[in-house]
Design a protein around this ligand. Structure first.
Ligand SMILES: [Zn+2]
Ligand SMILES: [Zn+2]
Length: 416
């Protein structure tokens, strides 16, 4: 037997209603803030991710599905959403029509060790806003993320964490100071962090290792070494969040791996699935568009993993679809006539499910019941003779006889 590939899964019909609610709610909320949908290919040139995500990042070095196509080009399945959005922004000359506010949703691919709730094909949605430089955009984006989560029924346990990563001007001097501090404490760091001490000392601040965390808590923090402009931006953000009545926690240990991330970084975490887990992560990347060869454009964005959100979704919001009208047909002649009638009704806009297996009336009624059909139409020998149908209201058991030629009008009233 051939099965799904390790780390992938089917989303079966019992689950897809949750996904639909998630997607539709997100579309509504994003649209309410002026975001439009962008759909990019699921594979791109490998070089795109090497540049946007970082050639030495774990994602690019170890986790991408990279392959040579038949023409010999190196392509990769997208491991995240932002790189392609930036590419599309540059490629379509959209710097001429700023602001550009887009959202995306869809499958992403990473070759990671599969764990509970983590897949090699997983889904993300996110927003990217190009052109807005000030903290207003940052605060509004956070308000949007929190609004979406509350709409999805994730509420009480949400925490908004923010930090500033500084900019090109102030991060250099800070980095030197941090490096000196970490060198003094190198003995307490994990093997991995010792290796990246030269290359990327900032990432040591968010290492999960016991020893590294103890060192990180004592380290100098970026937020205390911001230049004037960065300090103003951060101050502006916290003032706006307070004005919006959005509680936040400053987490000085929240960092990002790459140089083009600057100023605002944020995460929303929840305890709704047990341990404190991030459900959304985002921040500014004012340097990325230029890094990718475009005209320097300030930008901010966030992404959310959809698997976790689908699990968190308030069950009360998710209704499994149930048929309004279920047609039970007994006998060969009735089956043929039932098919003809059902097509006439559908032509008139009336949805109707025809029992696909036939057999006894009893077994067909059982299937109608299992699908929680509101009305059942019965077409058997007697109804064939009388050119009619028996309509049964499943809620109260009431039955009425309909003639074929007048059924459309009566059924449209039911399906409304
Ligand atoms: Zn700065
Ligand atoms: Zn470490």
């Amino acid at each position: 037997m051939i099965t799904t590939v390790r780390g992938t899964r089917d989303i079966l019909p019992a689950e897809t209603p949750s996904w639909r609610v998630l997607e539709e709610t997100a579309r509504e909320v994003f649209a309410a803030y002026g975001y439009q949908e962008l759909r990019t290919p699921v594979f791109e040139q490998t070089a795109l991710f090497a540049r946007a995500v970082g050639a030495t990042s774990d994602i690019v070095e170890k986790e991408m599905y990279t392959f040579a196509d038949r023409g010999g080009d190196s392509l990769s399945l997208r491991p995240e959403g932002t790189a392609a959005v930036v590419r599309a922004f540059i490629e379509n000359n959209l710097h001429r029509s700023l602001p550009w506010a887009v959202y995306y949703m869809g499958p992403m691919f990473r070759y990671e060790r599969p764990q509970k709730g983590r897949y090699r094909q997983f889904h993300q949605m996110g927003c990217e806003l190009f052109g807005a430089e000030g903290p207003l955009a940052d605060a509004e984006m956070m308000a949007m993320v929190l609004r979406l989560l509350r709409r999805l029924g994730v509420d009480a346990s949400l925490t908004l964490e923010i930090n500033s990563l500084g900019c090109m001007a102030c991060r250099g001097p800070y980095r030197t100071q941090l490096f000196a501090f970490l060198q003094e404490h190198v003995a307490a760091l994990c093997e991995h962090c010792r290796q990246r001490l030269q290359r990327n000392p900032l990432r040591i601040l968010d290492c999960k290792g016991e020893g590294c965390r103890a060192v990180a808590r004592q380290a100098p923090f970026m937020k205390d070494h911001l230049c004037g402009a960065c300090a103003d931006h951060f101050q502006g953000l916290t003032t706006l969040l307070t004005a919006l009545n959005l509680p936040f926690v400053v987490n000085p240990l929240m960092v990002r791996g790459l140089d083009y991330y600057n100023r605002t970084a944020f995460e929303v975490t929840t305890t709704a699935l047990g341990a404190q887990n991030a459900v959304a992560a985002g921040g500014r990347y004012d340097g990325l568009v230029a890094e990718m060869g475009g005209q320097a454009t300030p930008a901010i964005g966030f992404a959310m993993g959809m698997e976790r959100l689908a699990l968190l979704l308030d069950a009360a919001q998710v209704k499994l679809p149930r048929p309004d009208i279920y047609l039970v047909v007994v006998g060969d002649a009735a089956s043929r006539q039932g098919l003809v009638l059902a097509e006439q009704w559908r032509e008139a806009g009336i949805p109707v499910v025809v029992d696909p297996l036939g057999g006894s009336m009893k077994s067909q009624m059982r299937r109608a019941d299992r699908l929680q059909a509101r009305f059942v139409l019965i077409l058997g020998d007697r109804e064939m003779t009388e050119q009619g149908l028996l309509l049964k209201n499943m809620a109260n058991g009431e039955q009425v006889f309909l003639k074929w030629e007048t059924a459309v009008a009566q059924l449209s009233a039911l399906a409304a």
